[in-house]
Design a protein around this ligand. Structure first.
Ligand SMILES: Cc1cc2nc3c(=O)[nH]c(=O)nc-3n(C[C@H](O)[C@H](O)[C@H](O)COP(=O)(O)O)c2cc1C
Ligand SMILES: O=C(O)C(=O)c1ccccc1
Length: 377
């Protein structure tokens, strides 16, 4: 079909419509479609990939692949225990994988029934004398369709928390965040045998007992990971890695991933900033396991920085909890959508179409400038 290149014709813009019709009746169509929805595709056909990339980053692909599964975006909901103290909606459901905490406010089974999204499970790991409870939790998670096991290493005991001490506030002691333990058949049986009581007889006593099981103050050894490997079919990820030495040990012990994260500064006082540690950890092990990042992610640009430094995805903790507190599930979803829109926009602004294309070239390190040294997220 012949096409016609229309010329600008004075300022009689209205005449353009009849010109197009008249030419069309003669079998001559405009060289470029009049439909705005076709313009991008027509430009793509005409341009080199580089030139199109420069104008064509209006549709960004935020998807990432983790452990062989494609996720629509690079955010994960960080495990946050005792959710019910923030809002009754407790755990929420969204396109972002939910990492359920051992200290969640619902049982594994109730969470699975309420959610059809991707589910990961974060283990607070009982002492070896309670291996039967550990195995029971893993089996329950597996049965509930959990895909990835996250093992948190940096809270085998609670840190020194002056405000909580002064307020004598530990929700966990009050029976909030103990639901996974209380609903565990092996824990129920053991507790009854030890104390001669059921959980309902004295919830506070049962809560103290469960707390002793999961926050024993006893350290695990690297070799103990064999127990988890033997009882978990799927990827295992260690959360709370902050050094190259530990990252290498995770590789040696056959782990599938690590989360470079310092618990948001809630555990070791004066912990090194997680983002400061990320590059050297990625350089040491990034080609051997999946490196994820958490702590202090608040904006789209924060996500981009972590990904550009080599993280494959980012955990978001407190922002989602703030949204949940302010307006329940809708508030949490809003926060996630804002962060994703912000990420999408900033990805476009640095000239990229896909999170996968981010690398250290989009960053400039300002050596010696540590604006957040005091907060160490
Ligand atoms: C109230 C609260 C409860 C948390 N509970 C857990 C938990 O149960 N398991 C865990 O591995 N991390 C827990 N974390 C740590 C988060 O997963 C995350 O590492 C930390 O909040 C840093 O991310 P953020 O800066 O995005 O909040 C908790 C954090 C907060 C604030
Ligand atoms: O407070 C925390 O950081 C945390 O991880 C936690 C969650 C539930 C119970 C105890 C500690």
């Amino acid at each position: 079909m012949p096409t016609h290149h229309f010329k600008e014709d004075g300022h009689n813009y209205g005449a353009y419509q009849s010109d197009i019709y008249k030419m069309g009746l003669k079998g001559i169509r405009p060289s470029v479609s009049t439909d705005p929805r076709n313009w991008e595709a027509e430009a793509k056909k005409a341009l080199s990939a580089n030139a199109f990339g420069y104008v064509g980053n209006t549709h960004r692909d935020l998807s990432v692949e983790l452990f062989g599964t494609k996720y629509p975006n690079p955010l994960l909901m960080a495990p946050v225990g005792v959710n019910k103290i923030f809002h009754n909606d407790g755990e929420e459901d969204c396109s972002v994988p939910y990492i359920m905490s051992t200290a969640a406010s619902t049982s594994i089974e109730d969470m699975a029934a309420a959610s059809d999204g991707h589910k990961w499970f974060q283990l607070y790991w009982p002492m070896r004398k309670d291996d039967d409870i550990t195995i029971s939790m893993l089996q329950r998670a597996q049965k509930a369709g959990v895909e990835v096991l996250v093992v948190t290493l940096d809270l085998w005991a609670l840190s020194w928390r002056p405000s909580d001490l002064d307020n004598a506030y530990v929700p966990f002691f009050l029976g909030i965040g103990d639901q996974i333990g209380f609903s565990d058949p092996v824990f129920q049986k053991k507790y009854q045998q030890q104390s001669g009581k059921t959980i309902e007889d004295d919830v506070r006593a049962a809560a103290m007992n469960w707390e002793g099981v999961v926050f024993s103050g006893e350290a695990h050894k690297w070799e103990d990971l064999e127990l988890l490997k033997a009882n978990w079919k799927g990827p295992i990820v260690l959360k709370g890695i902050q050094t190259v030495e530990d990252a290498k040990l995770a590789v040696e012990h056959g782990m599938d991933g690590i989360i470079v994260d310092n618990h948001g500064g809630r555990q070791y006082d004066g912990a090194v900033g997680s983002l400061d540690m990320l590059p050297e950890i990625v350089d040491a092990v990034g080609d051997k396991l999946t490196v994820l990042f958490g702590s202090g992610i608040r904006t789209g640009a924060d996500v981009m920085k972590a990904i550009a430094l080599g993280a494959k995805a980012c955990l978001v903790g407190r922002p989602i909890i703030y949204g949940l507190a302010a307006d329940g599930e809708a508030g949490a979803t809003h926060v996630l959508k804002c962060m994703l829109a912000d990420l999408d926009m900033n990805l476009g602004l640095v000239g990229h179409n896909s999170c996968k294309d981010l690398n250290r070239n989009v960053l400039r390190r300002n050596e010696g400038f540590l604006p957040h040294a005091a907060t160490s997220n």
